[in-house]
Design a protein around this ligand. Sequence first.
Ligand SMILES: [Cu+2]
Length: 206
Amino acid sequence: MRFTSPAVGLVLTAVLVTGCAQGAPSTGDGATAANDGPTTRPTAEPSVTASTFLPPGESTGAVTYDETAVPEGATADVQVRVQDDSTFVQFTGTGLEPDRDFGAHVHTLPCGENPEDSGPHYQNEVDPEATEDEPSTDPAYANPENEVWLDMTTDSSGNAYVASTVEWEFREGEAHSLVLHDEHTATHEGHAGTAGDRLACVTVEF
Ligand SMILES: [Cu+2]
């Protein structure tokens, strides 16, 4: 009888130490140590959509339907950050009509050639009574906790900044735009969530 003993392999790891100083040769001409490494970011990385408004047909990224309120060339910067089950949405606008109220909400569909292309408001808890023809106006659902509202008033230079935090996350692929409206958003029964005409739209993947 023969017993075969398993071969024992001995692996020797050679550690190469490259310890020689390879720093840049000192030229003595005052080259400064550039501190331009990667910028520090918050733990939850925000997604940023920066767009410039154009007339319908020229863009579906950011579209203006009213060039008095939202002139061609006005800009929109939308940041979205998810952290600890809540979602922070921020809008910064420039070049808008000065000293003017806007309503703004996250809508379900991307912007298109027509103002209505962006569909209804995105709701966290969807109003069971809402239909395609009659979107939710029930304050139990159409409110700034269950939707994202970003109502704003521009300053005398046409700039605006507004942010909102909601205690939920968007369902993936169900929110595609931020729509600017003619008025601040109503909160009363039967009209909750309405804010007049759609003036402009920014396509954003929330
Ligand atoms: Cu809206």
